[in-house]
Design a protein around this ligand. Sequence first.
Ligand code: NAD
Length: 315
Amino acid sequence: MRLLITGGAGFIGSNLVRAATLHRTVTDIRILDDLVTGRMSNLDGLDVETIPGSMLDDEALDRAMTDRDAVVHLAALPSVPRSLRDPIASHHANATGTLRVLEAARRHDVGYVVVASSSSVYGANPVLPKTELAWTRPLSPYAVSKLATEAYALAYQASFGLPTLAFRFFNVYGPAQRHDHGYAAVIPRFVDAALRGEPIELHGDGRQSRDFTYVETVCAVLLDAVERSVSHPQPVNLAFGARAELLTVVSELEQIIGRPIARRHVAPRGGDVRHSEADNRLLRSLFPDVVPTPRMNGLRATVEWFETHVLKQRA
Ligand code: NAD
């Protein structure tokens, strides 16, 4: 199985490259990444062919797609706040970028494409847990661009018979997730501040909740999908219904780090949803063999990664 991972130098992408190098059916891994948020150092020591370039560039995309059996399309400009600042850039990367990847896959006779959508598509729908048939009402340009991502993937399945799968990732966390830019996600920001002995910043009261999924679990699902070419006509939630309030995560980090963590409350952010939890019945029926990593184990591995890769580099 010759695999292309777009966004392969990013957080989830580089973890997927690492997992794929150990996988029984993946023989050859190529990534396409323009390094806008990804880092080559995430791939240190891994056997992977790298195409540094953008999926918005014809030549780079053509090179990337040549002789591939399957594509895991992760490249995107993630982050709600980034899309509030530059909605057009988010649209280009996430909506147009996905359409270009699907079209290139079709032209190159690639047999299977997985795309990454997001739980943010549920937006203003307050019902918990979120089933895939629940109505969607995106609250941010990012969420709209992810709705386009999944809609294009499913339309290529319906219109052209291209086997595709559109996952709605919830809050993924783990090693290599960036803490060091303005759009950083909550767990890397918490871990970094906690290890430096600084207060963690909570938007609002900290009682908002998310369905956190450890990146290794996400990669196990992605590789199972690729191995069996699992295709489905609806989007599939990729989270296991392990919802936790942010304050709970802070307490868990206190247990792992072994000391109290100070909290600083700041204004809530526009475009953020209050609670998020996946209905995971469809996921479990399609991927019965994947066992999710418990949050305490995932958080512990994340803290260890930060200790060796971030703290030591600063020292
Ligand atoms: P990331 O920013 O670490 O990875 C995205 C990668 O795409 C980066 O390496 C970046 O350099 C690359 N990229 C961006 N634009 C590109 C372009 N035009 N051409 C080539 N490469 C480009 O983010 P991540 O957290 O690993 O997210 C991966 C995917 O999962 C994204 O599609 C994101 O929307 C989706 N997702 C992530 C989460 C999460 O919790 N991390 C949640 C929901 C959805």
